[in-house]
Write a protein that binds this ligand. Structure first.
Ligand code: ADP
Ligand code: ZN
Length: 611
Protein backbone atom coordinates (compact mmCIF):
# COMPACT_ATOMS: atom_id res chain seq x y z
CA UNK A 1 0.00 0.00 0.00
CA UNK A 2 2.74 2.35 1.02
CA UNK A 3 4.72 1.54 -2.13
CA UNK A 4 1.79 2.34 -4.35
CA UNK A 5 1.30 5.70 -2.69
CA UNK A 6 4.92 6.54 -3.20
CA UNK A 7 4.67 5.84 -6.94
CA UNK A 8 1.65 8.08 -7.17
CA UNK A 9 3.82 10.80 -5.63
CA UNK A 10 6.88 10.27 -7.69
CA UNK A 11 5.34 10.27 -11.16
CA UNK A 12 3.83 13.78 -11.00
CA UNK A 13 7.07 15.16 -9.56
CA UNK A 14 9.05 13.73 -12.45
CA UNK A 15 6.51 15.12 -14.89
CA UNK A 16 6.74 18.59 -13.37
CA UNK A 17 10.55 18.52 -13.52
CA UNK A 18 10.42 17.37 -17.12
CA UNK A 19 8.01 20.13 -18.12
CA UNK A 20 10.09 22.78 -16.32
CA UNK A 21 13.27 21.57 -17.95
CA UNK A 22 11.55 21.51 -21.32
CA UNK A 23 10.35 25.08 -20.86
CA UNK A 24 13.81 26.16 -19.76
CA UNK A 25 15.44 24.66 -22.80
CA UNK A 26 12.76 26.10 -25.03
CA UNK A 27 13.28 29.58 -23.63
CA UNK A 28 17.04 29.28 -23.91
CA UNK A 29 16.85 29.34 -27.62
CA UNK A 30 13.80 30.22 -29.61
CA UNK A 31 14.19 27.83 -32.47
CA UNK A 32 12.13 27.66 -35.59
CA UNK A 33 12.25 25.36 -38.59
CA UNK A 34 13.08 26.75 -42.01
CA UNK A 35 12.90 24.72 -45.20
CA UNK A 36 16.10 24.38 -47.14
CA UNK A 37 14.60 26.05 -50.18
CA UNK A 38 13.53 29.08 -48.11
CA UNK A 39 17.04 29.17 -46.74
CA UNK A 40 18.51 29.25 -50.24
CA UNK A 41 16.08 31.99 -51.24
CA UNK A 42 17.14 34.05 -48.24
CA UNK A 43 20.80 33.47 -49.06
CA UNK A 44 20.23 34.77 -52.55
CA UNK A 45 18.30 37.74 -51.18
CA UNK A 46 21.21 38.57 -48.85
CA UNK A 47 19.06 38.16 -45.74
CA UNK A 48 21.23 35.68 -43.90
CA UNK A 49 23.59 36.88 -41.19
CA UNK A 50 25.26 33.75 -39.99
CA UNK A 51 25.22 29.97 -40.43
CA UNK A 52 26.45 27.54 -37.80
CA UNK A 53 27.38 24.15 -39.20
CA UNK A 54 28.13 21.18 -37.02
CA UNK A 55 28.33 17.48 -37.70
CA UNK A 56 24.59 16.96 -37.32
CA UNK A 57 21.90 16.73 -39.97
CA UNK A 58 20.67 20.24 -39.17
CA UNK A 59 22.36 23.59 -39.21
CA UNK A 60 21.57 26.81 -37.40
CA UNK A 61 20.75 29.96 -39.30
CA UNK A 62 20.55 33.58 -38.10
CA UNK A 63 18.50 35.95 -40.18
CA UNK A 64 19.45 39.61 -40.44
CA UNK A 65 17.32 41.84 -38.21
CA UNK A 66 15.99 38.83 -36.29
CA UNK A 67 18.96 37.73 -34.25
CA UNK A 68 16.88 36.53 -31.28
CA UNK A 69 15.49 33.63 -33.20
CA UNK A 70 17.58 30.74 -34.39
CA UNK A 71 16.33 28.98 -37.44
CA UNK A 72 17.09 25.37 -38.09
CA UNK A 73 17.34 23.96 -41.57
CA UNK A 74 18.61 20.77 -43.16
CA UNK A 75 22.35 20.42 -43.43
CA UNK A 76 22.98 19.23 -46.99
CA UNK A 77 26.44 18.10 -45.86
CA UNK A 78 27.92 19.52 -48.97
CA UNK A 79 31.57 20.44 -48.49
CA UNK A 80 31.18 23.29 -50.95
CA UNK A 81 28.44 24.96 -48.96
CA UNK A 82 30.87 26.87 -46.75
CA UNK A 83 32.71 28.42 -49.65
CA UNK A 84 29.42 29.25 -51.34
CA UNK A 85 28.19 31.08 -48.24
CA UNK A 86 31.47 32.84 -47.57
CA UNK A 87 31.43 34.18 -51.12
CA UNK A 88 28.05 35.69 -50.33
CA UNK A 89 29.58 37.47 -47.29
CA UNK A 90 27.75 35.27 -44.83
CA UNK A 91 29.47 34.45 -41.58
CA UNK A 92 30.03 30.70 -41.27
CA UNK A 93 30.87 29.06 -38.01
CA UNK A 94 31.87 25.44 -37.85
CA UNK A 95 31.57 23.73 -34.50
CA UNK A 96 31.59 20.25 -33.13
CA UNK A 97 28.08 19.26 -32.38
CA UNK A 98 28.78 19.61 -28.67
CA UNK A 99 28.44 23.13 -27.35
CA UNK A 100 28.25 24.29 -23.77
CA UNK A 101 24.49 24.70 -23.88
CA UNK A 102 24.26 21.25 -25.38
CA UNK A 103 26.33 19.84 -22.56
CA UNK A 104 24.23 21.69 -20.02
CA UNK A 105 21.00 20.48 -21.54
CA UNK A 106 22.42 17.00 -21.78
CA UNK A 107 23.38 17.03 -18.13
CA UNK A 108 19.92 18.14 -17.05
CA UNK A 109 18.26 15.49 -19.14
CA UNK A 110 20.71 12.85 -17.98
CA UNK A 111 20.01 13.76 -14.38
CA UNK A 112 16.29 13.56 -14.89
CA UNK A 113 16.51 10.27 -16.67
CA UNK A 114 18.76 8.87 -14.02
CA UNK A 115 16.25 9.75 -11.31
CA UNK A 116 13.32 8.53 -13.37
CA UNK A 117 15.16 5.35 -14.19
CA UNK A 118 16.03 4.55 -10.63
CA UNK A 119 12.48 5.05 -9.51
CA UNK A 120 11.09 3.12 -12.43
CA UNK A 121 13.30 0.11 -11.89
CA UNK A 122 13.26 0.15 -8.13
CA UNK A 123 9.73 1.05 -7.27
CA UNK A 124 7.57 0.14 -10.18
CA UNK A 125 8.96 -3.29 -10.89
CA UNK A 126 10.26 -4.50 -7.58
CA UNK A 127 9.11 -8.03 -8.50
CA UNK A 128 11.80 -8.38 -11.14
CA UNK A 129 14.37 -8.54 -8.42
CA UNK A 130 17.91 -8.02 -9.55
CA UNK A 131 16.98 -7.45 -13.18
CA UNK A 132 17.36 -3.70 -12.99
CA UNK A 133 21.11 -4.03 -12.75
CA UNK A 134 21.19 -6.12 -15.89
CA UNK A 135 18.85 -3.98 -17.91
CA UNK A 136 21.25 -3.66 -20.81
CA UNK A 137 21.47 -7.33 -21.36
CA UNK A 138 17.81 -8.00 -20.86
CA UNK A 139 16.84 -5.44 -23.42
CA UNK A 140 19.00 -7.09 -26.02
CA UNK A 141 16.64 -10.03 -25.99
CA UNK A 142 18.93 -12.83 -26.95
CA UNK A 143 16.95 -15.67 -28.39
CA UNK A 144 18.18 -19.17 -28.21
CA UNK A 145 16.83 -21.04 -31.15
CA UNK A 146 17.03 -24.71 -31.83
CA UNK A 147 15.21 -27.22 -33.94
CA UNK A 148 15.10 -24.86 -36.90
CA UNK A 149 16.17 -26.33 -40.18
CA UNK A 150 16.37 -25.68 -43.89
CA UNK A 151 13.11 -27.55 -44.35
CA UNK A 152 11.40 -24.54 -42.74
CA UNK A 153 12.61 -22.36 -45.57
CA UNK A 154 10.89 -22.89 -48.90
CA UNK A 155 12.34 -21.71 -52.17
CA UNK A 156 15.49 -19.57 -51.90
CA UNK A 157 17.52 -22.45 -53.33
CA UNK A 158 20.40 -20.25 -54.51
CA UNK A 159 20.69 -18.62 -51.11
CA UNK A 160 20.70 -22.00 -49.41
CA UNK A 161 23.50 -23.15 -51.64
CA UNK A 162 25.49 -20.05 -50.80
CA UNK A 163 25.41 -20.77 -47.09
CA UNK A 164 25.82 -24.55 -47.08
CA UNK A 165 29.56 -24.34 -46.45
CA UNK A 166 28.91 -22.01 -43.51
CA UNK A 167 26.88 -24.70 -41.79
CA UNK A 168 29.59 -27.25 -42.38
CA UNK A 169 32.13 -24.78 -41.04
CA UNK A 170 30.10 -24.07 -37.89
CA UNK A 171 29.80 -27.79 -37.26
CA UNK A 172 33.44 -28.45 -37.82
CA UNK A 173 35.70 -25.39 -37.88
CA UNK A 174 38.86 -27.48 -37.31
CA UNK A 175 38.43 -29.11 -40.68
CA UNK A 176 38.66 -25.72 -42.35
CA UNK A 177 41.75 -24.83 -40.29
CA UNK A 178 43.40 -27.95 -41.59
CA UNK A 179 42.87 -26.86 -45.15
CA UNK A 180 44.07 -23.36 -44.37
CA UNK A 181 40.74 -21.97 -45.52
CA UNK A 182 39.62 -18.57 -44.36
CA UNK A 183 35.88 -18.52 -43.71
CA UNK A 184 33.84 -15.34 -43.84
CA UNK A 185 33.22 -13.75 -40.47
CA UNK A 186 30.19 -11.90 -41.63
CA UNK A 187 27.42 -12.54 -44.13
CA UNK A 188 24.84 -10.07 -45.30
CA UNK A 189 21.38 -11.21 -46.31
CA UNK A 190 19.73 -8.59 -48.41
CA UNK A 191 16.28 -8.38 -49.97
CA UNK A 192 12.75 -7.08 -49.40
CA UNK A 193 11.08 -7.44 -46.00
CA UNK A 194 9.36 -10.71 -45.17
CA UNK A 195 11.38 -12.83 -47.56
CA UNK A 196 12.77 -15.08 -44.84
CA UNK A 197 16.12 -13.53 -43.98
CA UNK A 198 15.60 -14.03 -40.27
CA UNK A 199 14.20 -17.47 -40.92
CA UNK A 200 17.26 -18.41 -42.95
CA UNK A 201 19.65 -17.22 -40.23
CA UNK A 202 17.75 -19.28 -37.67
CA UNK A 203 17.83 -22.26 -40.01
CA UNK A 204 21.61 -21.98 -40.29
CA UNK A 205 22.03 -21.98 -36.55
CA UNK A 206 19.52 -24.82 -36.21
CA UNK A 207 21.22 -26.92 -38.88
CA UNK A 208 24.62 -26.37 -37.31
CA UNK A 209 23.18 -26.82 -33.81
CA UNK A 210 24.82 -23.70 -32.43
CA UNK A 211 23.16 -21.00 -30.30
CA UNK A 212 21.55 -18.03 -31.97
CA UNK A 213 21.89 -14.50 -30.63
CA UNK A 214 19.87 -11.80 -32.22
CA UNK A 215 19.60 -8.08 -31.99
CA UNK A 216 18.12 -5.41 -34.21
CA UNK A 217 20.12 -2.46 -35.52
CA UNK A 218 17.19 -0.18 -34.79
CA UNK A 219 17.48 -0.99 -31.07
CA UNK A 220 20.74 0.93 -31.05
CA UNK A 221 19.27 4.09 -32.45
CA UNK A 222 18.73 6.90 -29.98
CA UNK A 223 20.86 5.47 -27.27
CA UNK A 224 23.17 7.46 -25.12
CA UNK A 225 26.73 7.75 -26.22
CA UNK A 226 28.68 4.63 -25.42
CA UNK A 227 25.68 2.47 -24.57
CA UNK A 228 25.36 1.03 -28.05
CA UNK A 229 29.03 0.21 -28.20
CA UNK A 230 29.00 -1.51 -24.85
CA UNK A 231 25.97 -3.53 -25.87
CA UNK A 232 27.78 -4.72 -28.94
CA UNK A 233 30.66 -5.84 -26.76
CA UNK A 234 28.28 -7.67 -24.45
CA UNK A 235 26.66 -9.37 -27.42
CA UNK A 236 29.98 -10.72 -28.64
CA UNK A 237 31.04 -11.69 -25.16
CA UNK A 238 27.90 -13.81 -24.83
CA UNK A 239 28.54 -15.44 -28.18
CA UNK A 240 32.15 -16.19 -27.26
CA UNK A 241 31.10 -17.75 -23.99
CA UNK A 242 28.78 -20.00 -25.93
CA UNK A 243 31.75 -21.20 -27.98
CA UNK A 244 30.28 -21.47 -31.43
CA UNK A 245 27.42 -19.19 -32.35
CA UNK A 246 25.40 -17.36 -34.94
CA UNK A 247 25.01 -13.66 -34.19
CA UNK A 248 22.13 -12.16 -36.13
CA UNK A 249 21.84 -8.40 -36.58
CA UNK A 250 18.56 -7.41 -38.17
CA UNK A 251 18.18 -4.01 -39.85
CA UNK A 252 21.92 -3.44 -40.00
CA UNK A 253 21.27 -0.31 -42.07
CA UNK A 254 20.06 1.47 -38.95
CA UNK A 255 23.67 1.21 -37.78
CA UNK A 256 25.70 1.03 -40.92
CA UNK A 257 24.18 3.44 -43.38
CA UNK A 258 26.64 5.22 -45.66
CA UNK A 259 28.15 8.22 -43.98
CA UNK A 260 27.30 11.38 -45.81
CA UNK A 261 30.17 13.65 -46.80
CA UNK A 262 30.68 15.15 -43.47
CA UNK A 263 33.33 17.85 -43.22
CA UNK A 264 33.45 17.86 -39.44
CA UNK A 265 34.03 14.14 -39.30
CA UNK A 266 30.81 13.07 -37.61
CA UNK A 267 31.36 11.25 -34.38
CA UNK A 268 27.93 10.33 -33.24
CA UNK A 269 26.58 7.41 -31.35
CA UNK A 270 25.84 5.43 -34.47
CA UNK A 271 29.43 5.59 -35.62
CA UNK A 272 30.66 4.50 -32.23
CA UNK A 273 28.37 1.51 -32.26
CA UNK A 274 29.38 0.63 -35.78
CA UNK A 275 33.06 0.93 -34.88
CA UNK A 276 32.54 -1.29 -31.88
CA UNK A 277 30.95 -3.87 -34.14
CA UNK A 278 33.83 -3.74 -36.61
CA UNK A 279 36.37 -3.97 -33.81
CA UNK A 280 34.64 -6.97 -32.31
CA UNK A 281 34.52 -8.64 -35.69
CA UNK A 282 38.20 -8.17 -36.29
CA UNK A 283 38.78 -9.38 -32.72
CA UNK A 284 37.69 -12.95 -33.15
CA UNK A 285 39.61 -15.42 -35.22
CA UNK A 286 38.20 -16.73 -38.46
CA UNK A 287 38.11 -20.24 -37.22
CA UNK A 288 36.60 -19.71 -33.82
CA UNK A 289 33.20 -20.84 -35.00
CA UNK A 290 31.34 -17.57 -34.70
CA UNK A 291 29.51 -16.15 -37.67
CA UNK A 292 27.78 -12.79 -37.82
CA UNK A 293 24.78 -12.59 -40.13
CA UNK A 294 23.29 -9.20 -40.84
CA UNK A 295 20.07 -8.45 -42.70
CA UNK A 296 19.05 -5.40 -44.64
CA UNK A 297 16.49 -4.45 -47.25
CA UNK A 298 19.11 -2.71 -49.31
CA UNK A 299 22.76 -3.46 -49.80
CA UNK A 300 23.56 -0.28 -51.68
CA UNK A 301 22.92 2.04 -48.75
CA UNK A 302 25.44 0.35 -46.47
CA UNK A 303 28.73 1.93 -45.54
CA UNK A 304 31.59 0.39 -47.52
CA UNK A 305 33.51 -0.05 -44.30
CA UNK A 306 31.07 -2.82 -43.41
CA UNK A 307 31.49 -4.66 -46.65
CA UNK A 308 35.29 -4.85 -46.75
CA UNK A 309 37.11 -8.20 -46.69
CA UNK A 310 37.27 -9.64 -43.21
CA UNK A 311 33.97 -8.01 -42.31
CA UNK A 312 30.67 -8.68 -44.06
CA UNK A 313 32.28 -9.93 -47.21
CA UNK A 314 29.72 -12.49 -48.34
CA UNK A 315 26.53 -11.03 -49.73
CA UNK A 316 23.56 -13.29 -50.24
CA UNK A 317 20.45 -12.04 -51.96
CA UNK A 318 17.15 -13.25 -50.59
CA UNK A 319 14.60 -11.99 -53.06
CA UNK A 320 10.86 -12.24 -53.50
CA UNK A 321 9.83 -15.78 -54.37
CA UNK A 322 8.98 -16.67 -57.97
CA UNK A 323 5.88 -18.67 -58.81
CA UNK A 324 7.49 -22.00 -57.86
CA UNK A 325 8.89 -20.53 -54.68
CA UNK A 326 5.46 -19.20 -53.77
CA UNK A 327 3.90 -22.59 -54.34
CA UNK A 328 6.51 -24.18 -52.06
CA UNK A 329 5.96 -21.60 -49.36
CA UNK A 330 2.17 -22.07 -49.57
CA UNK A 331 2.58 -25.86 -49.39
CA UNK A 332 4.78 -25.49 -46.34
CA UNK A 333 2.35 -23.28 -44.50
CA UNK A 334 -0.79 -25.36 -45.23
CA UNK A 335 0.82 -28.41 -43.67
CA UNK A 336 -0.71 -27.72 -40.27
CA UNK A 337 -4.05 -26.52 -41.67
CA UNK A 338 -7.16 -28.46 -42.78
CA UNK A 339 -7.21 -27.31 -46.37
CA UNK A 340 -9.86 -28.45 -48.84
CA UNK A 341 -8.76 -30.63 -51.78
CA UNK A 342 -10.44 -28.14 -54.06
CA UNK A 343 -7.93 -25.43 -53.24
CA UNK A 344 -5.43 -25.14 -56.05
CA UNK A 345 -2.20 -23.84 -54.54
CA UNK A 346 -0.60 -23.57 -57.98
CA UNK A 347 -3.34 -21.18 -59.03
CA UNK A 348 -2.97 -19.21 -55.81
CA UNK A 349 0.79 -19.01 -56.37
CA UNK A 350 0.11 -17.54 -59.82
CA UNK A 351 -2.19 -14.91 -58.35
CA UNK A 352 0.22 -13.77 -55.69
CA UNK A 353 2.93 -12.06 -57.72
CA UNK A 354 5.03 -9.74 -55.53
CA UNK A 355 3.92 -11.48 -52.35
CA UNK A 356 6.71 -12.15 -49.89
CA UNK A 357 6.88 -15.32 -47.84
CA UNK A 358 5.56 -13.40 -44.87
CA UNK A 359 2.58 -12.15 -46.88
CA UNK A 360 1.78 -15.67 -48.09
CA UNK A 361 1.96 -16.97 -44.55
CA UNK A 362 -0.31 -14.14 -43.47
CA UNK A 363 -2.77 -14.89 -46.28
CA UNK A 364 -3.15 -18.52 -45.23
CA UNK A 365 -3.46 -17.52 -41.61
CA UNK A 366 -6.25 -15.07 -42.44
CA UNK A 367 -7.99 -17.77 -44.47
CA UNK A 368 -7.73 -20.14 -41.51
CA UNK A 369 -9.27 -17.53 -39.22
CA UNK A 370 -12.12 -16.87 -41.66
CA UNK A 371 -12.77 -20.58 -41.97
CA UNK A 372 -12.68 -21.10 -38.20
CA UNK A 373 -15.11 -18.23 -37.68
CA UNK A 374 -17.70 -19.87 -39.89
CA UNK A 375 -16.92 -23.28 -38.37
CA UNK A 376 -16.01 -24.62 -41.78
CA UNK A 377 -14.83 -28.20 -42.01
CA UNK A 378 -12.03 -27.22 -44.35
CA UNK A 379 -10.42 -24.01 -45.50
CA UNK A 380 -11.93 -23.59 -48.96
CA UNK A 381 -11.29 -21.35 -51.92
CA UNK A 382 -13.88 -18.87 -50.76
CA UNK A 383 -12.03 -18.38 -47.46
CA UNK A 384 -8.81 -17.86 -49.35
CA UNK A 385 -10.46 -15.42 -51.71
CA UNK A 386 -11.75 -13.38 -48.79
CA UNK A 387 -8.37 -13.52 -47.07
CA UNK A 388 -6.64 -12.45 -50.25
CA UNK A 389 -8.80 -9.37 -50.39
CA UNK A 390 -8.22 -8.69 -46.70
CA UNK A 391 -4.45 -8.98 -47.02
CA UNK A 392 -4.26 -6.71 -50.03
CA UNK A 393 -6.93 -4.14 -49.25
CA UNK A 394 -8.16 -4.71 -45.71
CA UNK A 395 -11.19 -6.79 -44.77
CA UNK A 396 -14.60 -6.19 -46.29
CA UNK A 397 -16.77 -3.60 -44.68
CA UNK A 398 -19.74 -5.44 -43.27
CA UNK A 399 -22.23 -2.62 -43.03
CA UNK A 400 -22.63 -1.28 -46.50
CA UNK A 401 -26.08 0.31 -46.15
CA UNK A 402 -24.66 3.72 -45.52
CA UNK A 403 -22.95 3.94 -48.88
CA UNK A 404 -24.62 6.43 -51.14
CA UNK A 405 -26.00 5.04 -54.37
CA UNK A 406 -23.96 7.58 -56.24
CA UNK A 407 -20.77 6.48 -54.51
CA UNK A 408 -21.43 2.91 -55.54
CA UNK A 409 -21.88 4.04 -59.09
CA UNK A 410 -18.74 6.14 -59.15
CA UNK A 411 -16.77 3.28 -57.64
CA UNK A 412 -18.22 0.87 -60.19
CA UNK A 413 -17.16 3.05 -63.11
CA UNK A 414 -13.79 3.81 -61.54
CA UNK A 415 -12.99 0.12 -61.07
CA UNK A 416 -14.48 -0.78 -64.45
CA UNK A 417 -12.09 1.77 -65.94
CA UNK A 418 -9.07 0.07 -64.38
CA UNK A 419 -10.27 -3.38 -65.45
CA UNK A 420 -11.15 -2.38 -69.01
CA UNK A 421 -7.86 -0.64 -69.69
CA UNK A 422 -5.94 -3.56 -68.23
CA UNK A 423 -7.68 -5.90 -70.66
CA UNK A 424 -7.01 -3.57 -73.58
CA UNK A 425 -3.44 -2.37 -73.02
CA UNK A 426 -1.95 -5.18 -70.97
CA UNK A 427 -3.70 -8.40 -72.01
CA UNK A 428 -0.97 -10.48 -70.32
CA UNK A 429 -1.76 -9.05 -66.91
CA UNK A 430 -4.04 -10.98 -64.64
CA UNK A 431 -7.10 -9.22 -63.24
CA UNK A 432 -7.92 -11.71 -60.55
CA UNK A 433 -10.64 -9.69 -58.92
CA UNK A 434 -12.61 -6.49 -59.39
CA UNK A 435 -14.94 -5.42 -56.64
CA UNK A 436 -16.91 -2.47 -55.41
CA UNK A 437 -17.17 -3.85 -51.90
CA UNK A 438 -15.49 -1.24 -49.71
CA UNK A 439 -12.86 -2.39 -47.30
CA UNK A 440 -12.33 -1.40 -43.70
CA UNK A 441 -9.01 0.12 -44.69
CA UNK A 442 -10.89 2.81 -46.57
CA UNK A 443 -10.76 1.54 -50.14
CA UNK A 444 -14.07 2.12 -51.90
CA UNK A 445 -13.45 -0.69 -54.30
CA UNK A 446 -10.58 -2.58 -55.66
CA UNK A 447 -9.18 -3.95 -58.85
CA UNK A 448 -6.38 -6.44 -58.56
CA UNK A 449 -4.07 -6.16 -61.49
CA UNK A 450 -1.05 -8.40 -61.65
CA UNK A 451 1.65 -7.96 -64.26
CA UNK A 452 3.36 -11.15 -65.42
CA UNK A 453 6.39 -12.26 -63.43
CA UNK A 454 9.27 -10.85 -65.43
CA UNK A 455 12.83 -9.78 -65.05
CA UNK A 456 12.56 -6.68 -67.22
CA UNK A 457 9.71 -4.47 -68.23
CA UNK A 458 9.58 -2.70 -71.56
CA UNK A 459 8.87 0.95 -72.05
CA UNK A 460 5.49 -0.01 -73.49
CA UNK A 461 4.69 -2.12 -70.45
CA UNK A 462 5.59 0.71 -68.10
CA UNK A 463 3.35 3.04 -70.04
CA UNK A 464 0.57 0.46 -69.93
CA UNK A 465 0.95 0.23 -66.16
CA UNK A 466 0.58 3.99 -65.87
CA UNK A 467 -2.49 3.94 -68.11
CA UNK A 468 -4.06 1.27 -65.93
CA UNK A 469 -3.50 3.45 -62.90
CA UNK A 470 -4.96 6.51 -64.58
CA UNK A 471 -7.95 4.63 -65.98
CA UNK A 472 -10.05 4.97 -62.81
CA UNK A 473 -9.92 8.74 -63.00
CA UNK A 474 -10.45 8.69 -66.78
CA UNK A 475 -13.68 6.73 -66.31
CA UNK A 476 -14.88 9.14 -63.61
CA UNK A 477 -14.28 12.09 -65.87
CA UNK A 478 -15.82 10.44 -68.90
CA UNK A 479 -19.04 9.40 -67.19
CA UNK A 480 -19.61 12.02 -64.51
CA UNK A 481 -17.91 15.06 -65.98
CA UNK A 482 -14.74 16.97 -65.22
CA UNK A 483 -16.22 18.73 -62.20
CA UNK A 484 -17.24 15.51 -60.54
CA UNK A 485 -13.99 13.67 -60.44
CA UNK A 486 -13.31 12.36 -56.94
CA UNK A 487 -10.54 11.94 -54.41
CA UNK A 488 -10.74 8.21 -55.06
CA UNK A 489 -7.86 8.32 -57.47
CA UNK A 490 -5.23 9.52 -55.01
CA UNK A 491 -3.59 6.16 -54.60
CA UNK A 492 -3.59 5.60 -58.37
CA UNK A 493 -1.97 8.98 -58.96
CA UNK A 494 0.71 8.17 -56.43
CA UNK A 495 1.53 4.93 -58.20
CA UNK A 496 1.49 6.51 -61.66
CA UNK A 497 3.81 9.25 -60.46
CA UNK A 498 6.28 6.75 -59.07
CA UNK A 499 6.39 4.88 -62.36
CA UNK A 500 6.81 7.98 -64.50
CA UNK A 501 9.54 9.20 -62.17
CA UNK A 502 11.52 5.98 -62.59
CA UNK A 503 10.78 5.99 -66.30
CA UNK A 504 12.43 9.38 -66.67
CA UNK A 505 15.16 9.62 -64.07
CA UNK A 506 16.13 6.00 -63.62
CA UNK A 507 15.57 4.13 -66.87
CA UNK A 508 16.42 6.84 -69.39
CA UNK A 509 13.18 6.30 -71.31
CA UNK A 510 12.28 9.91 -71.88
CA UNK A 511 13.71 11.43 -75.03
CA UNK A 512 13.95 14.88 -73.51
CA UNK A 513 16.04 13.92 -70.49
CA UNK A 514 17.85 11.12 -72.26
CA UNK A 515 20.09 8.42 -70.82
CA UNK A 516 20.95 10.17 -67.61
CA UNK A 517 20.30 9.24 -64.04
CA UNK A 518 19.36 12.44 -62.28
CA UNK A 519 20.21 11.16 -58.81
CA UNK A 520 23.75 10.37 -59.88
CA UNK A 521 24.15 13.56 -61.84
CA UNK A 522 23.09 15.85 -59.05
CA UNK A 523 23.97 13.70 -56.09
CA UNK A 524 20.51 14.26 -54.60
CA UNK A 525 21.18 17.93 -54.08
CA UNK A 526 18.27 20.14 -54.81
CA UNK A 527 18.70 22.00 -58.06
CA UNK A 528 15.80 24.30 -58.78
CA UNK A 529 16.07 24.34 -62.54
CA UNK A 530 16.45 20.59 -62.88
CA UNK A 531 13.43 19.99 -60.69
CA UNK A 532 11.42 22.30 -62.85
CA UNK A 533 12.44 20.46 -66.01
CA UNK A 534 11.63 17.13 -64.40
CA UNK A 535 8.21 18.22 -63.23
CA UNK A 536 7.45 19.54 -66.69
CA UNK A 537 8.60 16.34 -68.33
CA UNK A 538 6.67 14.15 -65.87
CA UNK A 539 3.45 16.09 -66.21
CA UNK A 540 3.73 16.21 -70.00
CA UNK A 541 4.17 12.44 -70.16
CA UNK A 542 1.32 11.79 -67.74
CA UNK A 543 -0.94 14.10 -69.72
CA UNK A 544 -0.09 12.27 -72.95
CA UNK A 545 -0.81 8.89 -71.37
CA UNK A 546 -4.02 10.20 -69.80
CA UNK A 547 -5.25 11.46 -73.17
CA UNK A 548 -4.39 8.19 -74.87
CA UNK A 549 -6.22 6.27 -72.16
CA UNK A 550 -9.23 8.49 -72.57
CA UNK A 551 -9.28 7.92 -76.30
CA UNK A 552 -9.13 4.16 -75.83
CA UNK A 553 -11.89 4.32 -73.27
CA UNK A 554 -14.17 6.38 -75.48
CA UNK A 555 -13.71 3.86 -78.25
CA UNK A 556 -14.63 1.07 -75.85
CA UNK A 557 -17.31 2.77 -73.83
CA UNK A 558 -19.71 -0.07 -74.51
CA UNK A 559 -17.49 -2.41 -72.49
CA UNK A 560 -16.97 0.14 -69.76
CA UNK A 561 -20.73 0.36 -69.25
CA UNK A 562 -21.07 -3.40 -69.32
CA UNK A 563 -18.40 -3.95 -66.66
CA UNK A 564 -19.79 -1.20 -64.44
CA UNK A 565 -23.36 -2.49 -64.70
CA UNK A 566 -22.33 -6.01 -63.80
CA UNK A 567 -20.29 -4.72 -60.90
CA UNK A 568 -23.32 -2.83 -59.60
CA UNK A 569 -25.30 -6.03 -59.89
CA UNK A 570 -22.82 -8.55 -58.51
CA UNK A 571 -20.42 -6.37 -56.45
CA UNK A 572 -17.46 -8.58 -57.37
CA UNK A 573 -16.32 -10.17 -60.60
CA UNK A 574 -13.37 -12.37 -61.43
CA UNK A 575 -11.20 -12.80 -64.46
CA UNK A 576 -13.55 -15.28 -66.18
CA UNK A 577 -16.51 -12.89 -65.86
CA UNK A 578 -14.40 -10.11 -67.26
CA UNK A 579 -13.31 -12.22 -70.21
CA UNK A 580 -16.95 -13.12 -70.86
CA UNK A 581 -17.86 -9.45 -70.98
CA UNK A 582 -15.00 -8.65 -73.32
CA UNK A 583 -16.00 -11.52 -75.60
CA UNK A 584 -19.62 -10.34 -75.56
CA UNK A 585 -20.77 -13.69 -74.22
CA UNK A 586 -23.61 -11.92 -72.50
CA UNK A 587 -24.84 -8.40 -72.71
CA UNK A 588 -26.47 -6.48 -69.97
CA UNK A 589 -29.26 -4.07 -70.69
CA UNK A 590 -27.71 -0.62 -70.20
CA UNK A 591 -29.25 1.75 -67.74
CA UNK A 592 -29.57 5.27 -68.88
CA UNK A 593 -26.71 7.10 -67.28
CA UNK A 594 -28.07 10.54 -66.67
CA UNK A 595 -25.34 12.99 -65.82
CA UNK A 596 -27.50 15.78 -64.42
CA UNK A 597 -28.98 13.31 -61.98
CA UNK A 598 -25.47 12.55 -60.78
CA UNK A 599 -24.47 16.13 -60.52
CA UNK A 600 -27.38 16.81 -58.23
CA UNK A 601 -26.53 13.92 -56.05
CA UNK A 602 -22.86 14.78 -55.79
CA UNK A 603 -21.71 16.01 -52.45
CA UNK A 604 -18.42 17.10 -51.11
CA UNK A 605 -18.23 14.06 -48.90
CA UNK A 606 -17.43 11.19 -51.27
CA UNK A 607 -13.98 9.98 -50.45
CA UNK A 608 -13.92 6.80 -52.46
CA UNK A 609 -10.41 5.70 -51.80
CA UNK A 610 -9.96 3.04 -54.38
CA UNK A 611 -7.01 1.05 -55.37
P1 ADP B 1 12.69 -11.07 -43.11
O1 ADP B 1 13.68 -11.35 -42.02
O2 ADP B 1 13.25 -11.25 -44.48
O3 ADP B 1 11.96 -9.77 -42.97
P2 ADP B 1 11.28 -13.24 -41.88
O4 ADP B 1 12.31 -14.29 -41.88
O5 ADP B 1 11.06 -12.51 -40.61
O6 ADP B 1 11.55 -12.19 -43.04
O7 ADP B 1 9.91 -13.89 -42.41
C1 ADP B 1 8.71 -13.76 -41.71
C2 ADP B 1 7.86 -15.00 -41.84
O8 ADP B 1 7.46 -15.21 -43.18
C3 ADP B 1 8.60 -16.26 -41.47
O9 ADP B 1 8.56 -16.50 -40.11
C4 ADP B 1 7.85 -17.32 -42.26
O10 ADP B 1 6.67 -17.71 -41.60
C5 ADP B 1 7.44 -16.58 -43.51
N1 ADP B 1 8.40 -16.82 -44.60
C6 ADP B 1 9.11 -15.87 -45.25
N2 ADP B 1 9.89 -16.42 -46.21
C7 ADP B 1 9.67 -17.74 -46.17
C8 ADP B 1 10.18 -18.86 -46.90
N3 ADP B 1 11.08 -18.72 -47.88
N4 ADP B 1 9.74 -20.09 -46.57
C9 ADP B 1 8.83 -20.26 -45.59
N5 ADP B 1 8.32 -19.26 -44.87
C10 ADP B 1 8.72 -18.00 -45.14
ZN1 ZN C 1 -8.28 3.45 -58.69
Amino acid sequence: MWKKQKIIWVIPIICVILILAGLYIYKQNQVEEMTYSTFLEKVEAGQIEEVVIDGSSKMKVKVKGDLDTSYITDNPRNPELKEFLLKKNIKVEETDSITTTNIFQGLIMLGIFFIAFRYASKKITPQNSGSSMNLNIKELEFNKIQHFSFSDVAGNEEAKEQVEDIIDFLKNPEKYVKYGARMPKGIIFYGPPGTGKTLMAKAISGEAKVPFFSVSGSDFVQMYVGVGASRVRELFEKARKAGKAVIFIDEIDALGKKRANNPTGGNDERDQTLNALLTEMSGFKENEGIIVIAATNRLDILDEALLRPGRFDRHVEIGLPDVNGREHILKLHVKNKPISDQVDLKKLAKQTVYFSGAMLENLLNEAAIISAKRNGKFIDWNDIDKAFYAVVAGSEKKNRDAILKIEREITAYHEAGHALITKLVAPNNTVSRVTIIPSTKGAGGFSMNIPPDKMYYTKKEMEAQIKINLAGRVAEELIFGEDNITTGASNDIEKATKIIRDYIIKYGMSKKVGLLNMDVLFNNKSQGFVEKTLIEECSKSIKRLYDETKETMIENKFYLNQIAEILLLKESINEDDLNDIMERNFIIEEKNVNKSHFQKAMRIKPVVETV
